[in-house]
Design a protein. Sequence first.
Length: 141
Amino acid sequence: MDPVDELATRLRQSIGTVVRAARQAADSLPAAHQTTLGFLHREGPMTIAELARRRAVKHQGQSRTVAELAELGYVDRRASDTDRRVSVIAISDRGGQALQRDMDARADWLATALREDFDDDERALLERVSELLERLARRAH
């Protein structure tokens, strides 16, 4: 395997491992709720069909997730301006607060790990890696 391909594989695996560890250690919301609220927070209101497409799940499963979030008061439904038969789902203030709590808990978990397990030189290297990962992520836009 080409060295660049090997690096790409290792990066993908290590980034995934860190993300999963942070979520496992810090998230209070189920993954389906977290992902749905995240899309609504970043991209704004959308239909259940759009959410299902974004999450790559079936419409029925996404409907169930939205119903659970609505019951918790984490999302609001309103009729579409263009088609009154279709509901548009938006994150509520309460949902935004729940999402923010989990994001803050993940950041706290990472900060604790950085303080306890890494020295100044390693933290400086991770600062540079963070900048490089941001540059890499911009390729998707």
